[in-house]
Design a protein around this ligand. Structure first.
Ligand SMILES: Nc1ncnc2c1ncn2[C@@H]1O[C@H](COP(=O)(O)OP(=O)(O)OP(=O)(O)O)[C@@H](O)[C@H]1O
Length: 589
């Protein structure tokens, strides 16, 4: 599958992520403010220790008690501010992640069909689910923590330099020296995170495929074969996880080493400072006990930076979705298009290739599907019928040729106008977990019950629905009533009948139907074709013969068009195609 370069510069990624979360900036500012208050409280904690030690060394009981009272106040304030910060960050995390995920879903619904087709569904799912979460939490938690640590360093530094400037500068210099190792490591880490995410996406895509194919897995006894493939993918993820973890640990270790070494450094330099009379013993003990207030944020900056690299790698996966080419959705629907009493659909010299590297799937193709006619597109498997239907539905843009809807070029219609004009029944029926009614009224939620029943009757699904005591309110799908392939197909058909469209496009709508339902559906389609343009892709002889107009295709080209009798008489290949189909049907009967 073709992939875009998913690597954006770190700074640009952060700015973009921040812009996307712009409406939460006041929450972020509040969190930052809470962090600043926390840093002051931490300084108070250091001061309390210093006073107690000073009081003890100078046998000043008042100073000891004063330090203790300050300490208690600090502890209470710390609890309060921590509770507030936790509440704020939990709320911010949940709301912003949900908002990013739903924005991604909206984008995917509006993105050009061709773009979304380049990605595996498992990959897109993990982008919306995992990458959105990791990216947003990266901004909310990691970036804010990074800023908080910087603020904490400044405040702690001001306090410590009040005690002793030389020692404070020494501690900072020493810690930074050890943290410097983080810079090249974080670059490698970022690359490893990118590789890791690609492997995770491949693992998830594979898992989606396997979960969706329980029949094949069992009937072909693919369990151990799939297990082998899955383990290979897991191994690759495992190796990269190990690489990432080891790099993170090295970053972490460099920080820890600087902390321990820092103690010795403080004792050495602090001892000299006391010896020279620049500070007292209470100051040194306060430094020793609380120096972590200065070194910890310095050290954790490298750890946070490493974690931020992971979040940025996920953010890039999120942006790839937002960068998908959008359909140019206009805000208002011009109903004049759907109500236009035009000529139907006309295609002129259409050619289409899935990518620049591939040969044309459709070549120089022209025909008309008139309003008031049922047009059937037929031909052998793989000749390009579904592709052609997608092109007619405007799901793929054609490079060469043009399509006219009721006399208007397709480019003159916004995607929204086009969607309003078309009802589409794909080969694979899409059923959501919900009621029968929910599944029929997609996009026509306020449809009256009589219209819903009429659509279901025309699609031959009404009787099935009424077998359930709760009728149209029966829950189907995931946790509800399971449906057969034919029932799903008829439900999808009812959805299309309900939509007030002027063009009905159907891809093998009777492939899973028994002959009786097949004939009833064919009749309903003939009836629909009286006042709309109906195009059906089919291999079914009954549907082909019944059509007013047949488009016979082979290898991406239209070989001939006409009625069944006309095409048989022309002997341009259609007659042979039909003979082969009939021979197969007879063999089966
Ligand atoms: N998303 C895609 N990317 C690249 N090639 C594709 C894509 N979808 C289909 N094709 C290729 O285009 C050709 C035509 O496929 P299409 O599904 O349009 O044929 P069809 O006539 O509808 O076949 P069938 O009757 O078996 O459903 C096939 O060779 C197929 O491999």
């Amino acid at each position: 599958m073709e992939r875009k370069n998913e690597s954006y510069a770190t700074g640009k990624t952060l700015i973009r992520l921040f812009q996307m979360s712009g409406r939460y900036w006041h929450w972020m500012v509040l969190l930052l403010a809470a962090s600043i208050i926390t840093s002051f409280i931490e300084v108070g904690y250091m001061e309390a220790i210093r006073r107690i030690i000073k009081g003890a060394t100078e046998t000043n009981v008042g100073l000891v008690y004063g330090g203790a009272v300050l300490g208690i106040c600090i502890i209470v304030s710390r609890v309060l501010i921590t509770t507030l910060t936790t509440w704020l960050s939990t709320a911010l995390n949940n709301i912003s992640v949900m908002s990013l995920q739903s924005a991604m879903l909206t984008k995917l619904a509006d993105a050009s069909f061709g773009e979304t087709q380049r990605y595996h569904t498992g990959d897109l799912t993990s982008r919306v689910w995992d990458s959105a979460r990791e990216a947003q939490l990266g901004l909310n938690d990691k970036l804010i923590s990074l800023l908080r640590n910087i603020i904490q360093i400044v405040i702690a530094f001001l306090y410590f330099s009040w005690i002793n400037m030389t020692l404070s500068l020494g501690v900072i210099g020493y810690t930074l020296l050890f943290s410097a190792v983080a810079i090249p490591l974080s670059k490698w880490l970022r690359k490893s995170h990118d590789e890791h995410n690609i492997q995770v996406a491949e693992r998830d895509s594979f898992l989606t495929d396997v979960v969706q194919a329980p029949e094949e897995i069992r009937t072909y006894a693919l369990g151990s074969y799939m297990k082998g493939l899955f383990e290979n993918k897991l191994n690759r993820v495992f190796k990269l996880s190990m690489k990432v973890s080891i790099m993170e640990r090295i970053l972490d270790a460099s920080g820890r080493f600087s902390t321990f070494g820092g103690m010795i450094f403080i004792l050495l330099v602090g001892g000299l400072q006391i010896y020279e009379g620049h500070m007292d013993i209470a100051g040194l003990v306060a430094f020793l006990v609380a120096s972590s207030q200065l070194t910890r944020p310095l050290v954790s900056i490298s750890g946070l930076w490493a974690e931020l690299m992971g979040a940025i790698s996920h953010a890039n996966r999120v942006f790839t979705v937002f960068d998908m080419q959008s359909e140019n959705v206009s805000s208002d629907v011009d109903n004049s298009v759907s109500s236009a009493k035009g000529q139907g659909i006309t295609l002129h010299n259409i050619s289409f290739a899935y990518s620049d590297e591939q040969e044309n799937t459709l070549s120089n193709l022209s025909f008309s599907a008139h309003k008031g006619h049922l047009t059937a597109i037929t031909g052998s498997s793989g000749c390009g019928k579904t592709t052609l239907l997608h092109v007619i539905a405007g799901l793929y843009e054609v490079g060469i040729g043009n399509i006219h809807y009721d006399g208007l070029p397709i480019q003159a219609l916004s995607p929204k106008q086009l969607r309003h004009t078309i009802a589409y029944v794909p080969q694979e029926s899409f059923i959501v977990a919900g009621t029968f009614r929910d599944n029929i009224t997609f996009g026509s939620e306020d449809a009256a019950q009589e219209r819903i029943v009429l659509a279901a009757q025309r699609a031959c699904i009404h009787e099935t629905i009424m077998l359930h005591p709760t009728g149209y309110d029966t829950v189907i799908g995931d946790q509800g009533v399971p449906l057969s392939g034919g029932e799903k197909q008829r439900l999808a058909l009812a959805r299309a009948f309900l939509k007030n469209a002027s063009v009905l496009l159907l891809d093998e709508p009777t492939s899973a139907q028994d002959p009786i339902n097949e004939q009833r559906i064919n009749n309903a389609l003939m009836e629909s074709a009286k006042n709309m343009t109906v195009i059906i892709v089919t291999h079914k002889l009954s549907s082909i013969r019944q059509a007013d107009h047949i488009v016979y295709m082979n290898k991406g080209q239209v070989i001939d068009t006409g009625t069944h009798d006309e095409l048989v008489a022309k002997r341009s290949g259609y007659d042979q195609f039909i003979k082969q189909q009939e021979a197969v049907v007879e063999e089966w009967v």
